[in-house]
Write a protein that binds this ligand. Structure first.
Ligand SMILES: [Zn+2]
Length: 149
């Protein structure tokens, strides 16, 4: 996929991350796009908002998309490298591609996904890095809770 499209899709995930931050949550956003470029679902990490540690951004976007017959041609777009739990979701449902905003502040399962045939597009977006760096600095305990440390 071309970088311009990756950036356009990432903008949706960044909007979600910003909304989460404004709600007092963890600024991670995601969106699931269909093979034809249709936005199927979008969401954000809602650990704090819903008191639900399983509501990660990717999970929220996946659930918002509802039932899909196949995930083969779909793309999961996320502002941050997916954790093991969300990487597992990608493999479980056969999502074909993952666009990763950044993997500098957290190196999740994207290498593992690539090894198993998932196309990984690492954008290395400066705004995504800044958002997470600021958040982690101000909320180290909440961040460590989210990544299970
Ligand atoms: Zn996750």
């Amino acid at each position: 996929m071309d970088q311009a499209q990756a950036h356009r899709w990432l903008a949706t995930a960044v909007e979600e991350a910003r909304a989460g931050l404004a709600e007092g949550g963890i600024p991670i956003g995601a969106a699931l796009y269909g093979a034809d470029g249709t936005l199927l679902g979008r969401g954000r990490n809602r650990r704090v908002q819903d008191d639900d540690p399983s509501m990660h951004a990717e999970t929220a976007a996946f659930r918002a998309a509802g039932r899909q017959r196949s995930y083969r041609g779909t793309t999961m777009v996320t502002t941050l490298s997916p954790c093991w739990y969300c990487s597992g979701l990608v493999r479980q449902f056969g999502i074909g591609r993952v666009v990763v905003g950044e993997a500098a502040t957290f190196h999740g399962g994207h290498d593992w996904l690539a090894e198993h045939g998932v196309e990984i597009v690492l954008v290395d977006d400066a705004e995504c890095v800044r958002m997470m760096t600021d958040f982690i600095e101000k909320n180290p305990a909440l961040w460590n809770e989210d990544i299970g440390e």
